[in-house]
Design a protein around this ligand. Structure first.
Ligand code: FCB
Length: 440
């Protein structure tokens, strides 16, 4: 790598991130059905129909995985808890085996000096709750609050940090408007309801965790830089609207207790009744913000219904996801978050990384492109930190190759290669390079 730990202020944290359904092996330990299991079981939704039943079998191999993290010199580990593993029906009965698993998991992190950074929900909604409308149902805020108390009642005493929900945009827009993720809906009313309820659930969980005496609670949103196709007023508006519903809607709700007008111009008629009265819950004070960042999009107008725009092909080099590599966007979002939303609170990059077409050859994976990608993005984070933004840590996505949602196991994001037949782990060149950087 072309950076080292000593380039950052003392105490700056380097971490790796994963999520429960993507690595654990949901088939183990008495977990209940989730909307990702049924989404994946429906033809056409997921590449090769793959699901998370086995994934990386982290459920049985977490000690080995944490040994690798410790050996590389990581400071912290961002993981998520599976609602259906802890409460198979989503409400009511508790699966003790699930709670015991997270208890062991957290202790195994602490034994290796890895700070546990929890995300309570990273997308695998228990099926019985999906049956009741899932994120479209306002009651989900209370159901999620109850789950929060159960899981954090058990492990909350040992968390370094906790955030309720990973990437509200994906929970709302990607899953209910674009239909690319479970539950695979394409409906503007479902979208407006889900986008609001996910924030209501976020705020409810923050309040419940405060009630448990927990500290260092945050929000993790994802961001894409919106570039207009050209300088026409229509293209400029397309990019501004994309920025609005992708980046500003959730930050606005949480940190300013308002939604951007440009988004409400389209969504207002579809919002749940009384949404204006929920901002005291949604805007419950948090202690930090997490930024997940991967790419940018070039937006141009079209003549379809609102939002009346579409993506255009961009000229930059792309990752194996076909995502343009645009490190400057990370700098923009770190500085903008500080300037316009968090105003002094600590900021973390909670996800950044790339998929590449990695191959295990003679026991090694030469992922030079990933090293380059990380170098470029860490440099942008450093630039923001050098300018005085309180950036306190950086998590790479991901520790392991894993279940990349609708794209199955084909897209490898790991610093550690996983052979999905034998489940053997092999650290890639990027892992070895990071290990050297962390030691310097
Ligand atoms: C993020 C998700 C994560 C992973 C990466 C590539 O949006 O949080 O689970 O899929 O993208």
């Amino acid at each position: 790598m072309n950076f080292s730990r000593s380039d950052f202020p003392k105490g700056f944290l380097f971490g790796a991130a994963t999520s429960s359904y993507q690595i654990e092996g949901h088939g183990f330990g008495g977990a209940g059905s989730t909307m990702w299991d049924t989404f994946a079981a429906t033809p056409g939704n997921v590449v090769r129909g793959e699901n998370g039943a086995l994934a990386c079998d982290h459920y049985h191999r977490f000690e080995e995985d944490f040994d690798l993290m410790q050996a590389a010199g990581f400071d912290c580990y961002r993981f998520s808890t599976s609602w259906a593993r802890v409460m198979p029906e989503g409400r009511g009965a508790i699966n003790q085996e699930g709670l015991d698993y997270y208890d062991r998991l957290v202790d195994a992190m602490l034994e290796r000096d890895l700070k546990p950074c929890a995300t309570l929900y990273h997308w695998e909604l228990p099926s019985p709750l999906a049956d009741m409308g899932g994120w479209q149902n306002r009651d989900i805020a209370g159901w999620f609050g109850d789950f929060t108390e159960v899981i954090m009642g058990r492990i909350g005493d040992r968390m370094f940090s906790a955030a309720p929900i990973n990437e509200p945009w994906c929970v709302g827009w990607l899953s209910h408007f674009l239909g690319h993720h479970a539950p695979g809906l394409r409906d503007i009313r479902a979208t407006a309801h889900a986008m609001h309820h996910v924030l209501l659930a976020h705020g409810t969980a923050i309040e419940r965790m405060r009630g448990l005496g927990m500290t260092n609670l945050g929000a993790v949103c994802n961001f894409e830089y919106a570039e207009p196709y050209d300088q026409s007023p229509e293209s400029l508006k397309s990019a501004k609207l994309y920025d609005g519903y992708y980046n500003r809607f959730f930050m606005g709700g949480i940190f300013r207790k308002e939604y951007p007008q440009i988004v409400m111009d389209g969504l207002a008629p579809h919002m749940p009744k009384g949404w204006q009265d929920d901002f005291d819950v949604i805007g419950a004070p948090v202690d930090w913000a997490g930024i997940n960042y991967y790419t940018r999009k070039i937006m141009q107008p079209n003549d379809g219904p609102w939002p009346s725009h579409e993506e255009a092909e961009g000229p930059l080099a792309k990752t194996f996801m076909d995502w343009e590599i645009y490190p400057e966007g990370l700098y923009e979002f770190i500085t903008r978050t500080h300037r316009e939303y968090t105003k002094g609170l600590p900021i973390y990059v909670t996800e950044n990384g790339m998929a590449s077409n990695d191959h295990l050859i003679d026991g090694a994976v030469e992922d030079a492109a990933r090293i380059d990608y990380l170098n470029q993005h860490v440099a942008m984070a450093k630039r923001a930190a050098d300018e005085g933004v309180p950036l306190e840590g950086y998590f790479m996505w991901s520790l392991l190759d894993n279940y990349e949602w609708a794209l199955g196991y084909e897209k490898r994001f790991g610093l550690v290669h996983v052979d999905f037949e034998t489940l053997q782990r092999t650290p890639k060149a990027s892992y070895h390079a990071l290990k050297l950087a962390f030691a310097r």
